[in-house]
Design a protein around this ligand. Structure first.
Ligand SMILES: O=C[C@H](O)COP(=O)(O)O
Length: 251
């Protein structure tokens, strides 16, 4: 039986008052048959990891250098020391803010060197989808976003940019094509055991259909992770599916 991985991404939401939400989410995941991570703003990582030791706390970005004159930046090792165990990298919102594939690859290397498990995001734009180029685009982006040396603990999140925060989810055929493309890249890089997540407008209602697919190992959840009740519903739906016969345990 595969353990689905559900990752919440709070993006730039949350202050100290939100630690109650962290505690509530931690309470919903105290079961062994599912992996849940919550990627909070950097300012909350230490406090979240302290109050919810049973919940995997993650970061959302890092600098690619281990140390140096980079005013305002935070290294992967600093985030790990604060309590992060996983790191989202290459999110389309970071790419839109200036990260290119080479930056992302360097950050993946930095995070892995710091001992963090990486959730590497890839996804096509609306125009690329309309051109029928989604799979080719995502494959190319993934190839260019992977560093030369990879260690274990890599997860890829397929997040079509046009589906993020829009209330739309790609068709099963579209997801199959892109996820197959992602897995072919991973196989070529000898990381075929990596998990592949889907992200983009995930809701509790959509969770069952998405996780019933055998090619998706979990979900990256944005807006629906902000409210513990909603996120717990998603987690609950995922737990309910762990009794299904999912043939390919990964990780
Ligand atoms: O990292 C999460 C994604 O950007 C999805 O966000 P969303 O669930 O609000 O569409």
């Amino acid at each position: 039986m595969t353990h689905p991985l559900i990752v919440g991404n709070w993006k730039m939401h949350g202050d100290g008052a939100w630690l109650d939400r962290v505690a509530a989410i931690a309470g919903a995941v105290a079961v062994p048959q599912i992996d849940v991570a919550l990627c909070v703003p950097a300012t909350l990582i230490h406090r979240a990891a302290t109050i919810a030791p049973g919940l995997t706390i993650g970061a959302q970005d890092c600098h690619w250098a281990a140390t140096g004159a980079h005013t305002g930046a935070i290294s992967a090792m600093m985030l790990r020391e604060a309590g992060a165990q996983v790191m989202i990298l290459g999110h389309s919102e970071r790419r839109a803010a200036g990260d290119d594939d080479a930056h992302v690859a360097a950050k993946v290397a930095a995070a892995q060197n710091a001992g963090l498990r990486v959730i590497l995001c890839v996804g096509e734009s609306a125009a690329e989808r309309d051109d029928g180029a989604a799979t080719a685009r995502v494959r190319a982006q993934l190839i260019a976003s992977l560093p030369e040396r990879l260690t274990a603990g890599l997860t890829i999140a397929y997040e079509p940019i046009w589906a993020i925060g829009r209330g739309v989810i790609p068709s099963p055929v579209e997801i199959t094509s892109v996820v197959d493309g992602i897995r072919s890249v991973l196989t070529a890089r000898n990381v075929a055991n990596a998990r592949v997540l889907y992200g983009g407008s995930v809701t509790a209602a959509a969770t069952r259909d998405l996780l019933a697919r055998t090619d998706i190992d979990g979900l990256l959840v944005g807006a629906a992770s902000l409210k513990p009740a909603t996120f717990s519903e998603i987690i609950g739906a995922a737990i309910g599916l762990t009794n299904l016969d999912r043939p390919k345990p990964r990780l």
